[in-house]
Ligand binder design. Structure first.
Ligand SMILES: Cc1cc2nc3c(=O)[nH]c(=O)nc-3n(C[C@H](O)[C@H](O)[C@H](O)COP(=O)(O)OP(=O)(O)OC[C@H]3O[C@@H](n4cnc5c(N)ncnc54)[C@H](O)[C@@H]3O)c2cc1C
Length: 496
């Protein structure tokens, strides 16, 4: 693969965009708006129907009035001001906003980067779109980390993020009697939002002990806003009479054809269920979340270094300006480690200022000084590290698996088969387990089961590093064949 030129190298002919930003969540929106304000021509690409990412997920614009979701959001003022800024730049023609466009791969080229996307805006047709720019910013966020348990493959079991996405993106309340479980503060807005829309949240099971936070007073004290948020959620739980059980895990789900009963148990300090504490709760829906895994699909093939994110995952290694180790390639938001929307916004702005600086474009407006933004990013990062330590994936979670619990749902590989691959294989990481058992070889390519398989074989010694996947989303042969064209302005590669 040829070495990319430094973005400041201006020998190459001018391309229609200076920067491609993949991901229009808080990080990508902030990065695009700041780059545009600084005079760049930007393509902002997202697979979703509206900008906002996970935090500000909205129904598509055409359904906006029919599905009111405003009350489920936080900091809508920032969202609206970013959208207004992007809309203004779109009108000047300097922003190309490509929604419903899924980027399936990226490659380094002689004069920067090539970004291959499929336009899924007019199903069932898919059209290939090829973008080129001297600088690329990947802000593709993160996805829910799942740990299997007996019955987790029953209809009615969802990820906590999935429940929230259904609510925010379509006003859909996925169940009537819901049990939530896992770890981390993200469970709180999900419980509050479900209750606000009329679901009965019959238990919120948090695996960690609240006392874990006492070990990290400094980052907490520096974030009074987080305290205020926590108090707000405590009020919502009290108002809706949602039982909040700490050191408790969901250890099983049962039902004929869909969930009818959820089994919970008190957990010891390492996460093993305590004998005699199991309870059975009638419910039709289960939402489970064990934090998030950075979405690195587009970064891995470009060869940038990764770093231990401190929560059992790896993330893009970036410098203080959000530059990856590949010249011209930047990352922001949860691709650099999970830390919430405020951090993602700050990182997006910092990354944009680096792009503006590195492109050194003569005659462009001055670059804003960064010291305050960087200090804020550092504070939010410290908070995210404390959060990860207070809400770890419990070491002994595999204790609630039975040998016949399915771990890889695509290929129907059980916990017993994965354990056998470890002891008899002997496999020492998820890649070897895949070769021996097919776990991670199916439709999702290990995105769902990868972290769990990793825990089962590597026992948490190293963080989970996903395998490189050259194709980030399934694409039709037609779109693949169409991708060889040359347009670089966001139009289909075969003009229509
Ligand atoms: C399902 C889910 C729900 C969440 N809900 C909340 C919530 O309600 N409240 C909260 O505080 N935090 C929530 N979070 C955490 C949240 O992700 C972050 O705090 C915040 O949104 C991170 O911002 P970001 O810009 O880094 O990434 P995101 O907001 O995740 O944005 C990334 C964007 O990249 C796009 N993308 C990814 N891959 C591609 C690709 N290959 N091609 C094109 N586009 C791509 C996605 O469509 C998405 O719009 C949620 C996380 C998840 C996974």
């Amino acid at each position: 693969m040829p070495e990319p030129r430094h973005p400041g190298d201006r020998a190459a002919p001018r391309q229609p965009h200076d920067l491609v930003v993949v991901g229009a969540g808080p990080a990508g929106m902030a990065a695009a708006a700041t780059s545009l304000d600084g005079g760049l021509r930007v393509a902002l690409v997202d697979s979703g129907p509206a900008p906002g990412g996970q935090f500000w997920r909205h129904p598509p614009d055409h359904a906006h009035d029919a599905v009111p979701t405003e009350d489920l959001h936080h900091d809508l003022r920032t969202y609206r001001s970013l959208r207004a800024a992007l809309a203004a730049h779109e009108r000047t023609g300097r922003l190309t906003l490509l929604l419903d466009h899924h980027v399936w791969t990226t490659a380094a080229a002689a004069d920067g980067f090539t970004v291959h996307a499929v336009d899924r805006g007019s199903p069932p047709e898919e059209r290939a779109v090829v973008l080129r720019a001297p600088a690329l910013l990947v802000a593709t966020g993160a996805y829910d980390r799942q740990l299997p348990f007996p019955g987790w493959d029953l209809p009615g079991v969802l990820t906590a993020g999935g429940l929230q996405a259904l609510l925010k993106g379509g006003g859909v309340v996925a169940g009537r009697r819901v049990v939530l479980g896992g770890t981390g503060p993200f469970l709180l807005p999900v419980a509050a939002a479900l209750a606000a829309r009329g679901a009965e949240v019959v238990a919120l099971c948090e695996a960690a002990a609240p006392s874990a936070w006492l070990r990290h007073p400094a980052p907490l004290l520096r974030h009074p806003a987080k305290w205020a948020e926590a108090v707000g959620y405590a009020g919502a739980l009290a108002r809706h009479r949602i039982p909040f059980r700490t050191r408790t895990g969901i250890v099983g789900a049962e039902g004929e054809g869909r969930v009818a009963v959820v089994r919970t148990a008190s957990l010891d300090a390492d996460g093993a269920p305590l004998p005699g504490t199991e309870r059975r709760i009638e419910a039709d829906t289960v939402g489970v979340g064990w934090g998030f895994v950075p979405q690195l699909d587009l970064l891995l093939p470009l060869g940038c270094d990764l770093a231990d994110a401190g929560d059992g995952t790896v993330a893009a290694a970036v410098d203080a300006g959000q530059r990856t180790t590949v010249p011209g390639l930047y990352a922001a938001g949860e691709t650099c480690g999970v830390g919430g929307a405020a951090l993602a916004l700050g990182e997006g702005r910092v990354a944009a200022v680096s792009v503006l600086t590195d492109l050194r474009a003569p005659g462009r407006p001055g670059v804003r000084p960064l010291a305050a933004e960087r200090r804020s990013v550092a504070r939010h990062r410290a908070f995210a590290r404390a959060l990860a330590e207070a809400h770890p994936v419990p070491r002994d979670w595999p204790a609630w698996l039975t040998d016949d619990t399915t771990v890889c749902r695509c290929e129907e590989v059980t916990a017993g088969a994965v354990r056998a691959a470890r002891t008899d294989g002997p496999a020492s990481d998820h890649r070897q387990v895949k070769q021996l058992t097919r776990a991670g070889m199916g439709w999702c390519q290990g995105r769902m089961c990868g972290p769990a398989v990793h825990c089962l074989v590597a026992a948490g010694a190293e963080p989970y590093a996903p395998a490189e996947r050259l194709i980030a989303t399934p694409v039709t042969l037609g779109a693949l064949a169409d991708s060889g064209g040359s347009p670089a302005d966001g139009t289909p590669s075969q003009p229509i």
